[in-house]
Design a binder for this molecule. Structure first.
Ligand SMILES: NC(=O)C1=CN([C@@H]2O[C@H](COP(=O)(O)OP(=O)(O)OC[C@H]3O[C@@H](n4cnc5c(N)ncnc54)[C@H](OP(=O)(O)O)[C@@H]3O)[C@@H](O)[C@H]2O)C=CC1
Ligand SMILES: O=C(O)C1=N[C@H](C(=O)O)C[C@H](O)C1
Length: 254
């Protein structure tokens, strides 16, 4: 059996990871990390608030937490490397660099979205961005009221694919707020906007707008299980890879 450690075990995705692994034939939850004070019981698994204990009791770790949580885990993994799947979004440059450093010592799969649909959408976006060179690109994402980071990691990834396909640097062309007398839209702008409300699991629309026509590509996640199942598949795959930084596309063979 593959021993999977869950980092963020009390979270929305973390609890679904535990649920989905209950009847898995090749993998089980061996350890669950929770923040001190949170009490959960997972039959057959060690429950801990200590990251070293999580690492010791896992063949591979799945992380769905917050950026500061991911950073604390990565700092430990630099000393005690272990295969890792991380889906935490909102990471800053330092935290992304830490991911890269850990990936020199162990296989790491990082993806802002673990769904097959978004993996395909990224490719469609790159194609449309390149071929519809005169069309204005605007991305809108919608998520539940509890989401902390904005725009979503997925929206930023989609924007990166769109920018790269046009040879643009996303940092130079991204616009994530418009208010007041801001003047006309610049040709190369890529708008990335966040809406929050209710229990929306995740909806991303990438629009390509021109005079006389527009194309909108939309993906809607209707169940958070999609992400949990994708992450479990990724964990089973990454554990037998060489050290390196992978994404969900590698695991899906795309
Ligand atoms: N890549 C993908 O496919 C997806 C990515 N996500 C991303 O995953 C992350 C988690 O999402 P979600 O499950 O909805 O969030 P939740 O807030 O439900 O869960 C976060 C979990 O992380 C724990 N946590 C918070 N801070 C720390 C810390 N400093 N150290 C250790 N653990 C910590 C929380 O513990 P406590 O409850 O005690 O605060 C909780 O268990 C987000 O970044 C989200 O954007 C979400 C869905 C899909
Ligand atoms: O926080 C969420 O819920 C989600 N976060 C990820 C993101 O920021 O892109 C993926 C998914 O859309 C759900």
């Amino acid at each position: 059996m593959l021993n999977i450690g869950i980092y963020g075990g009390s979270g929305r995705v973390g609890s679904l990871l535990i649920k989905n692994l209950q009847n898995d034939e090749v993998a089980k939850v061996s350890c669950v990390h929770v923040i001190e004070g949170i009490e959960i019981e997972v039959p057959g698994a060690v429950v801990t608030n200590d990251i070293d204990t999580l690492i010791q009791n896992s063949d591979v770790i799945i992380d769905f937490t917050l950026p500061e949580g991911t950073q604390a885990l990565l700092e430990k993994l630099l000393i005690t490397p272990k295969p890792l799947v991380s889906g935490t979004t909102g990471l800053n440059d330092h935290q992304i660099n830490l991911l890269r450093e850990v990936a020199q010592k162990a296989p790491v799969l990082y993806a802002t979205n673990m769904s097959l649909g978004i993996a395909i959408l990224k490719r469609l976006v790159a194609l449309a961005s390149e071929k519809l060179r005169d069309f204005d690109i605007e991305i809108v994402e919608m998520h539940h009221r509890y989401k902390k980071d904005a725009p979503s990691g997925t929206a930023l990834t989609l924007a990166e694919f769109a920018a790269k396909a046009r040879g643009l640097d996303l940092d130079e062309v991204r616009v994530s707020g418009r208010d007041g007398n801001i003047g006309e839209r610049k040709k190369d702008e890529i708008g990335v906007f966040a809406l929050r409300g209710g229990d929306i699991v995740g909806r991303h629309t990438v629009g390509f707008y021109n005079d006389g026509e527009y194309l909108e590509l939309n993906h809607t996640a209707t169940s958070r299980d999609t992400f949990a199942k994708g992450a479990i598949k990724a964990a089973k795959w990454v554990v037998s890879q060489e050290p390196g930084l992978y994404t969900i596309d590698d695991c899906l063979g795309l």
